[in-house]
Design a protein. Structure first.
Length: 294
């Protein structure tokens, strides 16, 4: 793997929607710069650099105030690129780490001092080779106070993961709602299963994000303006308003063949959260409680 890829829009449109003051892009990443922070030898993709300067410029352009930077799988368990971006953010970013489950409590505390507030467990086989539930569960019991677990999976393994998630002793945040098939609608089997998960415990949050991934272009339907996504997801946000956070997913890992316009992504917000109250919870109150409580 030698060809580096670009997965982000070079000239995104200016959103029509203006986020409220203090709004957080609560799911984004940085790539490198590679010369300073090499990618993992196990990485499944090799991106061009998308460092903190680009991320913060996009944040300001889209009208957001803060970021939650999630460690990208291309960096493996070396969190230096994410920590560097947090350090350069002038207090406007927090992070989610990816760690070796054998990490020491001392190193976890150093990640906390660097602005991390959670760890991510990735169960997408195309992105990771090993996802040891027993070791993940063990490290989840040793997290610093106030941390949570971010979990990424696809809808077809939700039931398989339920016992594991039930056993995690800290709050959970589910990336991209566990990738449901949004074409099934708001009451389709994938959404019903996800609602059952949310109803199983009150400390599970979710990200109603990535219409570009969940409602991609298909023959005769799908794609921007992502109507199937909006119709399926808006009822979920309405019913669980205190448990959702939103993010761009910039720089859109592995989306080089279907690069979304970030301005259009922001304009999805009022379609899934129509009222000012819902928008404030989604973009300000909920991420602030998870990432800036201390």
């Amino acid at each position: 793997m030698t060809d580096r890829i670009v997965s982000w829009h070079s000239n995104p449109s200016k959103p029509r929607y203006t986020p409220p003051p203090g709004a957080v892009d609560a799911h984004c990443h940085v790539f490198g710069p590679m010369a300073q922070f090499p990618f993992s030898p196990k990485a499944k993709y090799l991106p061009e650099d998308a460092g903190p300067e680009k991320l913060f410029a996009l944040r300001d352009y889209l009208g957001f105030s803060r970021n939650v930077i999630v460690q990208a799988s291309c960096h493996g368990t070396d969190n230096r690129a994410t920590l560097n971006a947090i350090r350069l953010s002038d207090g406007k970013a927090r992070g989610v780490a990816v760690v070796d489950p054998a990490i020491s409590s001392e190193v976890l505390q150093s990640l906390h001092a660097g602005g991390m507030r959670g760890i991510r467990f990735n169960f997408l086989k195309r992105l990771v080779d090993d996802a040891p539930k027993d070791k993940f569960l063990e490290v989840s019991k040793r997290l610093p106070k106030g941390w949570h677990v971010v979990i990424y999976f696809e809808a077809d393994i939700l039931e398989e993961l339920r016992p594991f998630m039930d056993a995690i002793p800290v709050p959970l945040v589910v990336d991209h709602m566990g990738r449901p098939d949004v074409t099934q609608g708001s009451d389709g089997p994938d959404m019903r299963a996800f609602r059952a998960l949310l109803d199983s415990r009150p400390d599970i949050h979710f990200k109603p994000t990535c219409p570009d991934r969940l409602d991609p272009p298909k023959e005769g339907r799908g794609g921007d303006p992502w109507n199937a996504f909006a119709e399926a997801v808006a009822p979920l946000v309405a019913d669980y308003p205190d448990r959702c956070i939103w993010g761009t997913d910039w720089p859109h890992p592995n989306m080089q063949d279907n690069i979304p316009d970030d301005g259009h992504l922001v304009d999805m917000i009022p379609r899934i959260a129509p009222s000012e109250e819902l928008q404030r919870k989604l973009l300000v109150d909920n991420p602030e409680r998870l990432y800036w409580a201390d």
